[in-house]
Design a protein around this ligand. Sequence first.
Ligand SMILES: C=C(O[C@H]1C=CC=C(C(=O)O)[C@@H]1O)C(=O)O
Length: 426
Amino acid sequence: MTSPHAPGLPAGRLVGRTVEVPPASLPTDLLDLLPAAEPLAWLRRGEGVVGWGVAARCVTHGPDRFADAADWWRETAAAAEVADEVREPGTGLVCLGSFGFADEPGDSVLVVPEVLVGSRGGRAWVTVVGREAAPDLPDLAPTTPPDAPRGVTFADGAMSGAAWEVVVADAVARIGAGELEKVVLARDLVVTTDAPLDVRWPLRRLASDYEMCWTFHVDGLFGATPELLVRRERGLVTSRVLAGTIRRTGDDARDAGLAGQLARSSKDLEEHEYAVRSVADSLAPYCSSTNVPEVPFVLHLPNVMHLATDVTGVVHDHHDAAGASVLDLAAALHPSAAVGGTPTKVAVELIEEIEGMDRGRYAAPVGWMDAHGDGEFGIALRSAHVDGDRVRLFAGCGIVASSDPASELAEAQAKFLPVRDSLSGD
Ligand SMILES: C=C(O[C@H]1C=CC=C(C(=O)O)[C@@H]1O)C(=O)O
């Protein structure tokens, strides 16, 4: 079920080129290049891709949303003619994408920008894509900065905090009764602003305040996620698994003690183990070898700390076009136990039954992919969906048998902070 072209887009094969540019000719912050209309971004520590304009767009939905998008991409890339003088992952034809969490409702989107600017390892490039003829290279100068959001007000989304605690308690009871081992429950907040939000404002804040996260925006979904669902680079696969969280206090000495507490917490280690196992099991059929560290490390973010494990592997047949693409891998991994639960099917059904909201594209794959199937997809956490002057923020927590509803609510509040703060006008 694909809609291959956005209304108004001309038909015809994609033609373009990638040229190398001196990094010094670009602004230090690639976000400064973005226009207000339909900006696209995937950046970490100043490296990654930004884009604008729509050369091609595909919308899928339903249980086959990943497979339909992968088919569209293979066909689109095979028909395209893009002269690539750089030949690195992320050069040549590239799309950015964001997928729905659940099979229904909601759309998943892939966009090929007309202009994409990339930067990695000291090299920078520009790709331009048009229909039947490659467009001229654009002037790469900073655009007019975004206006700060005004009149920002916050309200509960589908549920108040108190009602959500009752739902968490219900999940704990069901886990205690043996129905499942773990479920990740989320809630939403609704923000309204006086005028339509210019998403470049929160993007700049998130990229500078959460530089160890991947800051993204695709088709209204923006955020800064610490969790890389999967990276595929010339056949090498990496996945950063996060699960198990403790809030930071802002006092470095106390936080160091809390990090030790997190690393020894049986509740958090159990929650983490489910997430690592779900990722390793899902990658195994696609890889000739995988490496799963036995002990997690503690990832420090400004608002929270997480137990983290980097799982790595080598894709079968990666010299062959039949080798799994990063999108195939993301589809196989979604939803991992960091956002669904264990067993997956029971957890996803429980989420649908008791969470009381539509997750949209929160907690699902978001990222980019090139014509060789290399790319990066993160899990859209610490994220929000903007629609004009209305923004929906999301945050969730892994629930296991020993979870305490009040602590989980406090953890969810801490996970709202990155996007909340990014919307403040100062
Ligand atoms: C579901 C979220 O976080 C997941 C990822 C890392 C740690 C988690 C936790 O400790 O509960 C969650 O599984 C979220 O941030 O909305």
